[in-house]
Design a protein around this ligand. Sequence first.
Ligand code: URA
Length: 220
Amino acid sequence: MASNALRSLSRAVDACRQCELWERATQAVIGEGPVPARIILVGEQPGDQEDRAGRPFVGPAGRVLDRALQAAGIDRETAFVTNIVRHFRWRPSPDGKRRLHDRPNARQVRACRPWLLEELELVQPEVTVLMGATAAQGVLGSDVHVTRDRGRPMASETGSTILITVHPSAILRVRDRTEREAAFQALVADLTIARRLLETADRPARPSPRATDDRVSSRR
Ligand code: URA
């Protein structure tokens, strides 16, 4: 039943023409994982490898995510992993040999957001982890700032506790080794908070104003 729902969602997303990103992508990439799942992790958009494989977080950022989940005590197999944008936005490298990541713009994120709402409806997560600014602002609005708001559980009227953290690819961009390790440990610390939320069902008492955004709650 759930896998049927995911299969038909996948077909619908692949046929989506609400923005132009489909034109240069290999395929749409929808979320992957159990349905329902207690936790959903939301990234930005498929990268080069995800675009080819048709699966989320299977490239370098996915490997960082796998390590961070493991260190935080979360089994990736129990999580639903997805993105807010479903087609790879890219530009050619100067020598034309590689496809370089290009951040999706606000219009493209808006066009794609209904697919995330459909996944949330299917997955019914208790905890929603938004990884990076594109996912966080795409769900909660532009006044969210990852560095300020990360690691702070927010109740939402949907019933899912929202937690913001950095995108795993941000770790890969840190040049200095010591700083990179510190950034990785900070990601692990945020994911550990997510794991504890699942263990203790310890929810904030009141919805924060930001998390009551009707774009999030419109799914119920
Ligand atoms: N980055 C993302 O945000 N999502 C992926 O699936 C891969 C890289």
